[in-house]
Design a binder for this molecule. Structure first.
Ligand code: F6R
Length: 260
């Protein structure tokens, strides 16, 4: 796991966008794993800018969102299908039919979850997965206690996550209790994972998943078992890391050929 501590969101967005750009140039039909929430927004802004200014081409790319609320009506502004469209995919030239989100309105949710797993596999798997992390250490919506081997399925949100996400709704009462999320086992199959965390409210979760034990109580800690994870954090999110100086030293002296 590589931890890169950067001054702020702009640098984080730029470095993550470098990785996406390098991937698309190497593999134009790459499969991107997309997160919603605030953390990946600087990456989406930078990718949209590179598309507009430099012609970065998404025409053959495919994308899978991590998760979706259960029960929000079609077109609801906070459904992750809409959020991903608004924040990212409508701003680049990715084909709308190549952008997938779990079906939070499916009559048969287990079948929809299996279909999502099948679609990811049929696309050849995720090449680059963008992640945020919840204050309780969740990735996707794999709340504490999630099986480290879990696949796409329905989950209940912890009250803290509903409180955290109430900022996107009129009131906490409007935040759904249920979501469909890729499982930890699903996320672990992505070839490269870039997790972004910013702000002091993420410091404890970052410390727990980077330097704590691998345990279901902190779902993101499973990433310690992944061979290619890049953690991009600002100073505030890095403030509780015990080995922060070592991570800084390592990144400052990294051979240029290594990339992310
Ligand atoms: C979003 C997702 C969540 C968020 C996490 C952090 O698709 O799966 O795990 O990444 O809740 O959210 P922000 O970035 O808003 O702090």
């Amino acid at each position: 796991m590589e931890v890169v501590i950067l001054p702020g969101s702009k640098q984080i967005g730029s470095l993550a966008a470098d990785a996406v750009e390098a991937l698309l140039r190497r593999k134009p039909d790459a499969v991107l794993g997309l997160a919603t929430g605030v953390s990946p927004l600087p990456v989406y802004d930078e990718l949209a800018r590179r598309h507009d200014d430099g012609g970065l081409d998404f025409s053959r790319a495919r994308a899978f969102a991590l998760d979706e609320y259960v029960g929000l009506e079609q077109g609801h502004p906070q459904s992750y299908r809409e959020v991903i469209r608004r924040e990212f995919t409508d701003r680049v030239n990715i084909a709308p039919e190549n952008v997938h989100t779990p079906d939070g309105l499916a009559a048969d949710i287990p079948a929809a979850c299996q279909a999502y797993e099948d679609a990811i596999r049929a696309a050849g798997g995720v090449d680059l997965q963008l992640l945020g992390v919840g204050t309780d250490g969740h990735i996707g919506f794999n709340e504490p206690g999630s099986s480290l081997a879990s696949r796409t399925r329905i989950k209940s949100l912890i009250e803290q996550t509903r409180r955290d996400n109430a900022r996107f709704f009129t009131s906490i009462h409007d935040v759904p209790h249920h979501v469909i999320t890729q499982g930890l086992g699903t996320i672990m199959e992505a070839r490269h994972v870039i997790l972004i965390a910013t702000g002091a409210q993420k410091a404890q979760a970052v410390r727990d998943f980077v330097e704590g034990p691998v345990a279901a109580i902190c779902a993101a800690s499973v990433l310690q078992m992944h061979p290619h994870v890049t953690v991009l954090v600002d100073e505030a999110a890095a403030s509780s890391l015990r080995l922060a100086d070592y991570y800084r030293h390592t990144y400052d002296n990294k051979p240029a050929w290594q990339g992310l």
